[in-house]
Design a protein around this ligand. Structure first.
Ligand code: KIV
Length: 281
């Protein structure tokens, strides 16, 4: 029995074998069913997440850190994101696949943003795009949505602005910033987003915003009151270990497991134990 079958049996909720669309996610929110989302950057990871019944797979620009080993997300390019998104989307049957629009792919003007969002859809075969920002990006979101491309917003800690903010600290603790976030969420909804990611803000605020807007709100480091949760897969698997934010629950310690396996292999090769006769022709 797969995790997906088990979940279907327990929840009595929406059918778990149905293709996830943006409308499906809206129905999940309306029925109070939690949405589970994770990131993927390669075909195998996309397939495993889909088989486990994950509802939304984000091909995140966190690829800059998890795959490329950079310190921030800003260096990953449009062409690189198209590559990651295309190998993930070709593995996924059920989940909604969302492609992250990288830094500078939607900042110059709405026409260029639409062209890049169109590349995500046509070349990478994702079903939606995500971009960061509030009221300021609304004209861009309208342009993309008007062309028929579903857009997801991203508020709170927006990692593409890290060079400006200079820190990954919790956002919107002060009332002025919290009020701006409420306004941004409503503005994004008005501009036509089908959902929002809210990152690293106080749980009470994220919960309030989840009730304020009609569209699903997916939290990361934003408490349990959101309509769903997302984590970076490499974080929750214990593969990316440079830092361990408090909001990441580790479901495995794969870095340790892999290091040990590589070490055992090296020992076996050096001692002549590998390959054995059974492993030879
Ligand atoms: O790029 C990413 O992985 C993200 C998640 C943190 C939501 O945007």
């Amino acid at each position: 029995m797969t995790a997906r079958d088990a979940h279907r049996g327990e929840s009595g909720g929406l059918p778990q074998d149905r293709k996830v669309t943006t409308h499906f996610l809206q129905r999940m929110k309306d029925r109070g069913e939690k949405i589970c989302a994770l990131t993927a950057y390669d075909h195998l990871m996309g397939k495993l997440l889909d088989e486990a019944g994950i509802d939304l797979i984000l091909v995140g620009d966190s690829a800059a850190m998890t795959i490329q080993g950079r310190h921030t997300t800003v260096s990953v390019t449009m062409d690189q994101m198209i590559y990651h998104a295309s190998v993930v989307s070709s593995a996924v049957e059920r989940a909604l696949v969302v492609g992250d629009m990288p830094f500078m792919s939607y900042h110059v003007n709405p026409d260029e943003a639409l062209r890049n969002a169109g590349r995500m859809i046509q070349e990478a075969l994702v079903e939606a795009v995500k971009l960061e920002g509030g009221e300021k990006v609304c004209p861009t979101i309208r342009r993309i949505v008007d062309a028929g491309i579903p857009v997801m917003g991203h508020l709170g800690l927006t990692p593409q602005s890290i060079l400006k903010f200079g820190t990954y600290q919790v956002r919107a603790r002060e009332e002025a910033e919290a009020e701006a976030l409420r306004r941004d969420a409503l503005a994004l909804q008005d501009a036509g987003v089908f959902g929002l990611v809210i990152e690293k803000v106080p749980a009470a605020l994220a919960s309030e915003v989840s009730k304020l807007v009609k569209v699903p709100v997916i939290g990361i480091g934003a408490g349990a009151g959101c309509d769903g949760q997302i984590l970076v897969s490499h974080d929750m698997l214990g593969l990316y270990t440079k830092f361990h934010p408090r909001f990441v629950r580790r479901y495995a310690e794969l870095a340790e497991t892999m290091r040990a396996a590589f070490g055992r292999y090296a020992e076996d090769v050096r001692s002549g134990d590998f390959p054995s006769q059974e492993e030879s022709y």
